[in-house]
Design a protein around this ligand. Structure first.
Ligand code: PMP
Length: 397
């Protein structure tokens, strides 16, 4: 048999953990592995703004005809507005071209294939550490992945000097993957001054930034979280953005994101975009409509947009509250190790500093699931599960 030669693939480090979690019969188990937002009741409900948009779509949608290769055009326009801001000069000049994509992952894959086929370098630099799927996506697409330093484990802070030293070795045309905000897995973002230095480095060395922007609005705010991207975009002639609405619209299973190419001028943007469309055509021909129609319906309607902003603010503020509560509850449980850095980090994740054996004990003895690297999804914490989480951590540190 031909397939008898096929070897069993290892389980995905994050999604595999969810499978183990689901099979765990313990009632009080807690999943802090995968990045899914939970509300105070431990649920991941559909946002009200999304429900309202879906009601409108149910009423008004007239066809399930194919979309164009690039997806819903109004959607692509509102994506550009979110990324670059209302009235952006870059958008007005036609330098940006956006195609709807199946989630942030799909957008990254399209970006990778576009870069592989159309730019001279096959090398992409990613932070160490980075989201576990990055290397997988880029290598599968055919790029060579190199790492730059990012994290200072003893200081629980950024290793910016290490980052700049490593990136000094990048060659003209190399691609640099940057997390727009809420760095996954560390929760540590660049300051604006650091973004400025990275932008200068990219401009000087002719490096192409690829922004992975999966958490806009989960850091400090919708506009604030885009500040790094906008600063870099003001200084470099060319870049790409892969953004996702899985988290900030709670549209995880709709698979909705976008890939945006920014070129030096409108003419080059048209040519680059034609190659992006060619890549899409060869992968899945054209995207599904529902997620894009939800997002464009919400963002094109002032009242629905205001409701979404309010719901996103609630999510962001609840996570921030969990960060403070987590640090305090660990203290209350008698943990003397300093975890205060967790309340200074952004977004859904924190790098706890817990080691592999501590992580294994948390799972095996206490039913608390976190990723082997020690990454904790703070967004999965609630007031109700916090005592159990902190009691378990107090036992293993
Ligand atoms: N990039 C990062 C940094 C992420 O954390 C995620 C989601 N975990 C993605 C991209 C992919 O998002 P999506 O689910 O929309 O494919």
């Amino acid at each position: 048999m031909i397939f008898s030669q096929v070897v069993l693939a290892p389980a995905d480090p994050i999604l595999g953990l969810t499978d183990t979690f689901k099979a765990d019969p313990r009632q009080d188990k807690v999943n802090l592995g995968v990045g899914i937002y939970k509300d105070e009741a431990g649920q991941t409900p559909v946002l009200q703004s999304v429900k309202k948009a879906e009601a409108i779509l149910l009423e008004q949608e007239k066809t399930k005809n194919y979309l164009g290769i690039e997806g819903v055009q109004t959607y692509n326009r509102v994506v550009q507005e979110l990324l670059f801001g209302e009235g952006s000069e870059l958008v007005a000049s036609g330098r940006a071209a956006t195609a709807q994509a199946p989630g942030g992952t799909g957008a990254l894959r399209i970006a990778a294939e576009f870069l592989l086929r159309n730019t001279p370098s096959r090398t992409i630099w990613v932070s160490n550490p980075t989201w576990a799927n990055h290397q997988n996506i880029f290598e599968t697409a055919g790029l060579t992945v190199k790492e730059f330093g990012y994290y200072n484990a003893s200081a629980h802070d950024i290793d910016f000097d290490g980052m700049m030293t490593d990136l000094a070795n990048a060659q003209a045309g190399d691609i640099i993957l940057l997390h727009g905000c809420c760095h996954n897995p560390t929760g540590i973002d660049l300051t604006l001054a650091q973004w400025d230095l990275v932008a200068n480095l990219c401009a000087d060395k002719q490096l192409v930034p690829l922004f992975d922007f999966a958490y806009q609005g989960f850091g400090t705010g919708i506009e604030e979280d885009a500040a790094g991207l906008r600063l870099v975009a003001s200084k470099v002639p060319e870049l790409l953005v892969a953004n996702s609405f899985s988290k900030n619209f709670g549209l995880y299973n709709e698979r909705i994101g976008a890939v945006t190419v920014v070129a030096h001028n409108a003419d080059e943007a048209v040519r680059a975009f034609s190659q992006v469309k060619r890549t899409i055509r060869a992968n899945y021909s054209n995207p599904p409509a529902h997620g894009a129609l939800i997002v464009s319906t919400i963002l094109s309607d002032a009242a629905l947009k205001a409701l979404w902003v309010q719901e996103l603010t609630e999510m962001r503020e609840r996570i921030a509250l969990m960060r403070t509560l987590f640090v305090q509850s660990l203290k209350d449980e008698g943990v003397t190790q300093d975890f205060s850095f967790i309340s200074r980090q952004n977004g859904m994740f924190s790098f706890s500093g817990l080691n592999k054996s501590q992580v294994a004990r948390l799972k095996d003895e206490f039913g608390v699931y976190i990723v082997g690297s020690g990454r904790i999804s703070v967004a999965g914490m609630t007031k109700a599960n916090m005592p159990a989480i902190c009691k378990a951590i107090a036992q293993v540190v």
